[in-house]
Write a protein that binds this ligand. Structure first.
Ligand SMILES: [Zn+2]
Length: 437
């Protein structure tokens, strides 16, 4: 952990050579623990190919104002609007307005609509954006915040980029779906006379995709039971972090000690412990992912190129931010996201794991980590964490000085026995009815 979170690794930026060094280091540790390679071509390294698509020209939103031979209203990127998030280069839908000052948005359906939000209260606007997105809108157009207006020109100079995909076209599971635009307040007023149902169109031209790479480290402890070894357990964490960034108090290295050198260390420690005893009955796969911070790209690549068929995996535990205790809990406890969704957490706890239910459901941590990529494919996949929303999250101060090694040691130690039990047990974890995402 000291090496992973050191300044030497420059914050393990997603898809950077520093991430590759981290993956190569993890691989060398796995080899020392008797874990065999399960990456590309007999190595531990699995290289993922990422495609990034930029728009070729400033895109436009077009409102086909009905009747009277009127001219359409056209908004151009950088003039009347900016993109906040773009997952499609093309969409169209009927305009639907939300007036946050008056009617609100109770019980409305937004499926396929282009939702325009009127109002000036940022909180009300945010809640309307959330309702529109959850309601399955095609796009949401909201008044730009004061902060966005302040940085408008510098943003306008850069053309929008579509959410990255892996080669093969799959969008990373942690990348937000949806199209969102920030609109200049004076432009949004031009729509006041435009009726609901007016067709809004967006059709952008893409530049040729840019290719880049990310690196996972993958190893395997082959099981000894002829039947059980075909239903492996998968232990994962992400080895990348934010790299070098904006300096805070003179420090520009985002060390990511808690996020997620701590989880990577947990997986390595479990590899060391499980690799040192007699071989377990089940196969255990250890996978440390790159490019989680840019939307779960490494795990998406892994899920598209798994070393074993995904449906055979009996369980996946992801380790995310276990380097500090969560003050909301008793010391040295870890919580498991989606506790009520499966029987995995309770069974591990019954065998001594210091695991408790996730008491921050409002944070939706279950859907915010690499486990979700696999859970969406049916694997019983959950995340172990003790992240207590500390102020060093995604800041250069998430460093070794802030790690509680006593907590980490006890927490990881409490999992060795239960995971050893699971690796030798016929028990196969299952989702509870209706709880698989
Ligand atoms: Zn993380």
């Amino acid at each position: 952990m000291e090496f992973l979170a050191s300044d030497a690794l420059r914050g393990r930026g997603s898809g950077t050579p520093d991430e590759l060094v981290a993956a190569t280091y993890v691989a060398s540790q796995l080899r020392q623990y008797g874990i065999v390679p399960a990456g590309d071509n007999g190595t531990y390294i699995q290289r993922g190919v990422i495609l990034q698509q930029k728009l070729a020209t400033p895109p436009q939103l077009r409102f086909a104002v009905p009747g009277g031979g009127g001219q359409p209203i056209i908004w151009t990127y950088g003039v009347q609007m900016l993109t906040v998030q773009l997952s499609r280069r093309k969409f169209q839908g009927p305009l639907r307005r939300i007036d946050t000052e008056n009617s609100g948005h109770a019980q409305a359906s937004f499926k396929g609509a282009v939702v325009v939000i009127f109002g000036s209260d940022d909180n009300k606007i945010q809640s309307a954006v959330g309702a529109a997105m959850e309601g399955g809108c095609a796009a949401v157009l909201a008044p730009a915040s004061a902060r966005r207006l302040k940085h408008w020109d510098e943003r306008a100079r850069e053309l929008p980029v579509l959410a990255p995909t892996i080669e093969g076209g799959e969008t990373a599971a942690l990348v937000g779906e949806g199209n969102m635009f920030a609109i200049r307040p004076e432009a949004i007023e031009d729509l006041s006379g435009v009726p609901d149902g007016t067709i809004v169109e967006f059709d952008a031209t893409l530049a040729p995709p840019e290719t880049s790479y990310t690196w996972n480290a993958v190893g395997m402890l082959p099981g000894r039971d002829p039947a059980l070894r075909k239903s492996p357990i998968l232990l994962t964490a992400h080895l990348d972090h934010l790299g070098i960034g904006k300096a805070v108090e003179g420090d520009n290295i985002y060390n990511g000690a808690d996020d997620d050198a701590s989880g990577t260390t947990a997986v390595l420690e479990l590899a060391r412990a499980l690799g040192s005893g007699p071989r377990p009955r089940r196969t255990v796969i250890f996978a440390l992912f790159g490019s989680e911070e840019t939307g779960g790209l490494g795990s998406t690549w892994f899920e598209a190129h798994p070393p074993v068929a995904l449906k055979t995996i009996a369980a996946n535990l992801e380790f995310e931010m276990i380097g500090r205790p969560d003050p909301k809990y008793m010391r040295d406890k870890l919580w498991l996201t989606g506790w009520d969704r499966s029987n995995l957490g309770p069974m591990l706890a019954a065998h001594g794991a210091r695991l408790v239910p996730d008491r921050r459901p409002e944070e939706q941590f279950f859907t915010r980590s690499d486990n979700y990529v696999l859970a969406k494919k049916g694997v019983v996949a959950q995340t172990v964490s003790s992240f207590g929303l500390h102020a060093d999250y995604h800041r250069p101060s998430d460093d070794l000085a802030h790690i509680d090694f006593r907590h980490m040691t006890i927490a990881i130690g409490s999992l060795i026995g239960p995971l050893d039990w699971l690796a030798n047990s016929d028990f196969r974890p299952a989702w509870k009815p209706g709880q698989q995402p």
